[in-house]
Write a protein that binds this ligand. Structure first.
Ligand code: UTP
Length: 224
């Protein structure tokens, strides 16, 4: 299978130990050995938000704020490339054309590209470029809820939903601004819907969930 993974920045903490990256590398390597073709886009997470906050306080415009976020995604991408060693292509992938060109034996790792966007959107564009069968969104939440579970303790987790249902949940629950894409970038959802590529949301804080998202038995949410 060809799989594009959005590895949320929340899973890749700046103060994290090398083990964080090694654990993801181990699972990705296992999937590669089982014959899967992988593209992994790293998010910016907390460091991105911290740099964006400082830039905001300095009076930077949103274009500059986004550029800082993009740099943060590239730092995480480089660390994952380092953890994967020879199993990864050494380039930080930013464009679909690069993914198309380099798709092969090695795992492709990418980060952000254009201001005003997100790594979620990159993951969908890379899925399109690769002709992927599946997009995985790995974050620190174990699936899609009808409301934001961090602020609503009564939120209900949904096992299977449609793309229009996901769009509605995102519109009702998240702000679309630099550093604030929340559950999943709405633009990315709309593109995945158009491409008809299934999207799976999983709790990536357990890297084995990535394996289960591919081979079955995950505890997240499937969107079709
Ligand atoms: P992310 O897309 O990683 O956002 O990029 P995030 O909020 O940390 O989401 P997760 O949890 O990792 O999935 C961090 C910031 O970098 C900018 C945006 O401001 C984004 O919020 N960015 C990123 C871009 O402007 N363009 C990109 O292609 C990627």
């Amino acid at each position: 299978m060809k799989i594009s993974i959005s590895l949320g920045g929340s899973l890749l903490p700046r103060e994290g130990t090398p083990e964080t990256y090694q654990r993801y590398a181990q699972v990705l390597r296992k999937l590669k050995e089982r014959g899967h073709t992988l593209i992994v886009v790293c998010g910016g997470g907390k460091p991105a938000r911290e740099w964006i906050k400082i830039a905001k306080e300095l009076g930077a415009d949103s274009y500059t704020q986004d550029r800082l976020g993009i740099h943060a995604t590239h730092l995480n991408a480089l660390l994952l490339i380092a953890a994967l060693g020879p199993d990864a292509h050494p380039h930080i992938h930013r464009r679909g054309s690069e993914v198309k060109r380099n798709l092969g034996d090695r795992i492709l790792v990418g980060g952000g590209h254009l201001p005003g966007s997100s790594t979620d959107y990159r993951a969908v564009l890379f899925a399109e470029a690769a002709g992927a069968d599946l997009i995985i969104n790995a974050t620190d939440v174990d699936g899609v809820y009808d409301k934001n579970p961090k602020s609503h303790p009564d939120a209900i987790k949904l096992d299977r939903i449609t793309f229009p249902q996901l769009e509605r949940i995102i519109l009702e629950n998240t702000e679309q601004a630099p550093g604030e894409y929340g559950l999943f970038d709405l633009k990315a959802v709309r593109r995945a819907k158009k491409l008809r590529i299934p999207l799976v949301f999983i709790d990536g804080s357990d890297p084995e969930e990535i394996m289960r998202a591919v081979e079955g038995g995950h505890g997240g949410t499937e969107v079709r």
